[in-house]
Design a protein around this ligand. Structure first.
Ligand code: HEM
Length: 335
């Protein structure tokens, strides 16, 4: 019996070594996508970054929540903060419930509460207290962090590329001037600024794995069978950094979104909001917010870096489920 167990153990070790060498021959560490590799569990564990264990754990947590949920560690911090936001939202809902005027809803929560009241006799209604909390949480979370992270990356890129900033200043002065606030309609007349915002979104690639999805039925894709229920992450990075679609994809170049005559040029390989049925529902709002925040700041201020722009790093501080720019200092000089 002992001989059988020892042989099994030996066989298991041999399998691990074979799998590890197969993995190594298929790709170098760091060049693999941030999600499951061709050898799911082992492949991910081999991407362990000992210098940054927290980030590695978060990465693994996103790929294998079922397993990592059971293991204690700093990767649980995210859900702790999420619970705090959820309890804040629940309190806010209670406050609004107390003062709700069914005939004059003031905001999203009020409108949802009105629907809850109208559908209270319907046992199959989606307008429940729990869905209200989670819908508000999703809007909060999805709608704030994304826009602010893109702007932070954008301003860093302008510090690194002062010429791009100069061109935007010139376009703002020519189209909007200094006497009125920018409006969403200005965008169509500002191709260089529009191109720069697109390039900021492509380059910053803040949600490299989009959001996780589950396959709803057995699906054949490029000769592979993806069984129903499989957890899949579309890798948007592979679109944004595809060398067949973008020349020198690692370079920051707003011109790639401009045609020869200087008008805005659409690129197919541009999916920061993902694609398909579950495409970001805040895309229109996000694009408008980015344009208005960006042009309002640049209309009033010239941005500069207290350190030599050559020394500014663009390498993200965090790169797993989301990509976060490194910390930097920003000087704002009134124009
Ligand atoms: C730069 C800003 C933004 C980026 C890059 C972004 C990107 C994304 C991406 C990649 C997804 C996943 C889509 C998928 O599952 O395939 C998503 C989903 C979502 N986004 Fe955004 N987003 C941004 C801003 C916003 C804003 C401003 C809101 C709303 C106020 C918002 C609300 C949502 C919601 C609710 C979902 C989930 C949609 C669903 O699952 O049906 N997002 N976003």
């Amino acid at each position: 019996m002992e001989l059988v167990s020892a042989s099994l153990l030996l066989l298991l070790c041999l399998c691990c070594i074979l799998l590890a060498s197969a993995w190594q021959s298929r790709g170098q560490r760091g060049q693999l996508p941030p999600g499951p590799t061709p050898l799911p569990v082992l492949g991910n564990f081999l991407q362990l970054d000992r210098a940054n264990v927290i980030h590695t754990l978060v990465k693994l947590y996103n790929s294998f929540p079922g397993i990592l949920k059971k293991i204690p560690g700093p990767h649980h911090m995210g859900s702790k903060y999420a619970k705090q936001i959820i309890s804040f939202i629940s309190e806010r809902i209670k406050m609004q419930q107390a003062t709700l005027d069914l005939n004059a809803p003031q905001n999203f929560i009020d409108c949802f509460l009105v629907k809850m009241e109208q559908e209270k006799q319907n046992p199959a209604t989606e307008f429940s207290q729990e869905n209200l909390v989670m819908a508000t949480f999703n809007l909060f979370f999805a709608g704030t962090e994304t826009v602010s992270t893109t702007l932070r990356y954008g301003f860093l890129l302008l510090l690194k590329h002062p010429r791009v900033q100069e061109k935007i200043h010139r376009e703002i002065d020519a189209v909007i001037g200094r006497d009125r606030a920018p409006t969403a309609e200005d965008r169509g007349r500002m191709p260089y600024t529009d191109a720069t915002l697109h390039e900021i979104q492509r380059f910053s690639d803040i949600l490299p794995m989009s959001l996780p999805h589950t396959v709803t039925r057995d699906t054949r894709f490029r000769g592979y069978l993806i069984p129903q229920g499989t957890y899949v992450c579309p890798l948007l990075s592979t679109v944004h950094f595809d060398p067949e679609e973008h020349q020198s994809p690692e370079a920051f170049a707003p011109e790639r979104f401009l045609s020869e005559n200087g008008s805005f040029k659409k690129q197919n390989a541009f999916l920061p909001f993902s694609a398909g049925k579950r495409v970001c529902l805040g895309e229109g709002l996000a694009r408008m917010e980015l344009f208005l925040f960006f042009t309002t700041v640049l209309q009033r201020f010239a941005l500069s870096s207290p350190v030599d722009p050559q020394r500014l790093s663009l390498v993200p501080d965090v790169s797993n489920f989301g990509k976060v720019p490194p910390r930097y200092q920003l000087c704002l000089r009134q124009r």
